[in-house]
Ligand binder design. Structure first.
Ligand SMILES: Nc1ncnc2c1ncn2[C@@H]1O[C@H](COP(=O)(O)OP(=O)(O)OP(=O)(O)O)[C@@H](O)[C@H]1O
Ligand SMILES: [Mg+2]
Length: 227
């Protein structure tokens, strides 16, 4: 199992007056090479669950195992190391550094792995080419379009070749044509053996042939259904 979530709870601001039970007793297994879509109303816990799978923070209680590691037992800095190696996270707001160029943004995750600069550049350019944004590589990120931004965000997420891809509301800022393009990239990555978890309420995503399973979320709980 690539991802195994058992009896997971996540409570924000525990013990405070603004306490939120965002996840309550979540159980979810994702097999290697499976594509899952988390669907549900705003506030149902989709991004929170994606963050736990993405090693952003550990669950408040319960067991989460991602790519063979038990997250609840990992101190923060090990969580970060695990995330760098196994997770490619495509954030809803892209989270790129606006003052840097496209190329610098995509090469950034390779820094910690100690690749020499020319190898970093080669890898980044190859991925940008594949995603069709290589012509923008010297542009500052604040000066490119939304669809280009997202392809840069995909490139940055995948530059380390992680086995798990996570995408939070990936089509929220895209028109239909770009959404379809995004999904065809996901289809390609699936064929390469990646395991993918997306959150979305967009029918284009939920009903896409590359999605193996839709998991519905409601008030911090899940309900599985086949797609
Ligand atoms: N950092 C935080 N601190 C406190 N509460 C939070 C935090 N992040 C999320 N929450 C709360 O946890 C609940 C689940 O939030 P989450 O972002 O996981 O929902 P979501 O399903 O992704 O919603 P959306 O579709 O709007 O993105 C919500 O009630 C939200 O207000
Ligand atoms: Mg969300």
């Amino acid at each position: 199992m690539m991802i195994s979530i058992q009896n997971v709870y996540k409570t924000y601001n525990q013990g405070l007056t603004n306490e939120v039970a965002a996840l309550r007793d979540i159980n979810l297994d994702v097999q290697r090479n499976e594509v899952i879509c988390l669907k549900g109303p705003s506030g149902s816990g989709k991004s929170t669950l994606l963050s736990i799978i993405g090693c952003v923070f550990p669950p408040t209680s319960g067991a989460a195992q991602v790519a063979g590691k038990k997250l609840s037992r990992l101190p923060d800095r090990f969580l970060t190391i695990h995330r760098r190696e196994y997770i490619g996270f495509i954030f809803q707001q892209f989270n790129l550094l606006p003052q840097l160029t496209v190329l610098d943004n995509v090469m950034l995750p390779l820094m910690v792995f100690g690749y020499p600069p020319e190898i970093r550049c080669e890898k980044a350019v190859a991925l940008l080419e594949r995603l069709g944004v290589e012509h923008r590589r010297h542009f500052v990120v604040s000066q490119i379009s939304g669809g280009e931004l997202q392809r840069v965000a995909i490139a940055r997420a995948l530059i380390n070749d992680p086995p798990i891809i996570l995408a939070d509301e990936p089509t929220a800022h895209l028109d239909q044509k770009l959404s379809e393009r995004f999904l065809s990239f996901m289809e390609e990555f699936k064929q390469e053996g990646k395991t993918i978890v997306m959150t979305s309420h967009d029918p284009l995503v939920v009903e896409h042939p590359c999605v193996d399973r839709v998991v519905e979320m409601m008030d911090g709980r899940t309900r599985s259904s086949c797609s």
